[in-house]
Design a binder for this molecule. Sequence first.
Ligand code: ATP
Ligand code: MG
Length: 348
Amino acid sequence: MENKSCKTIAIVSGKGGSGKTMLTATIAKILDISGSSVLLIDADFGTAGLTYYLGLNEVNNISVGLTNLFSNIEKTALPYDKIIEPLKSYNNTEFIGVGDHRRYKENGESSFFHDYFDKFISQIKEENRYDYIIVDCRGGIDDESLTVCNSSDEIIIVAETDTTSFQATQYLVETLYDNGVSDKLSGFFVNKVFDDPTILIRNGVVSFKTRCLSSIPFDLDAIKSFIIGEVPKITNIYTSQIWHGLKEIKSFENIAEPPQHKLDRKQFSIFSFRDRNISLGSYFISSSMFLLISSVVFSLIIQGVNSVETLSILVLCLMLSVASISDGLKKSIGRMFSSIFTLFTPKK
Ligand SMILES: Nc1ncnc2c1ncn2[C@@H]1O[C@H](COP(=O)(O)OP(=O)(O)OP(=O)(O)O)[C@@H](O)[C@H]1O
Ligand SMILES: [Mg+2]
């Protein structure tokens, strides 16, 4: 009997590079932390992004995967156990990579994929091993992604903020409608946002005919994690925004609560391009300068000229203005404050 509570979620985008792979790994992390068991599948036979990303730190062997499974097909049972890898930094999440995807089209495995992917998903569900199966698809809708969407319970779209991405996403949605899978749409994430996303969301809801789950800021810490093959930290604003988005979907309503508040639309410019520690350092320096200059003006009005006091405050102001030129110094000050905030932030 198929396990009805196990949900399969396809992550798709109209255009490559929108952030599907990092989002897929982060969704799995959130579910894993919430106590669910998860199977992550890389079905991007083009770039195999998730396979290479997790191959950096999380899995030992990325040489086998779906390609092997569908080339060595057994009509009765698919021996998928041989291609499953546990993820090291997750508690209860496993992974199936793409395998040697160069072989995929050459050897005709693609037709096996179309014929057997649905059976493969049903077989996994029957074994009651996972609460969720999350499938990372290729950017732009191809035949494999449509096959995955057909076998999934939910489809999540990732769109970037630019016009190209919006138009490509619209094309993707129309293709999903044409193929009769639009009723599976859970909504879309707007990714790499660096300004108030209100208008983007409004346009997205109309163009993509589905709701916006959440907006994810353009986040430097997230990129840094991606470069070194780490999944963004659970405390990152990037992860938190995805978490809030997931809570909008019925299949995920029982997962744990996000550790941070959802970003207010006006906060997007603050949490973007600039390093957050540099911004914190800048706030510290400008507010200190404001206080010092106000105290000089105040003491001049109340006490008249007191040369020693005024001079020392002016020297302090001068030092702070020199400090404000250096991003390195601002970053150090910001880091110091971040660590202090972290110490005093209650952990859930
Ligand atoms: N919110 C974000 N802020 C900043 N950079 C991001 C964000 N999300 C993703 N990125 C960066 O965008 C790049 C592409 O991300 P990713 O590989 O996840 O996209 P993708 O949609 O899977 O791409 P592909 O279509 O090639 O598989 C990576 O460098 C990643 O770090
Ligand atoms: Mg990818």
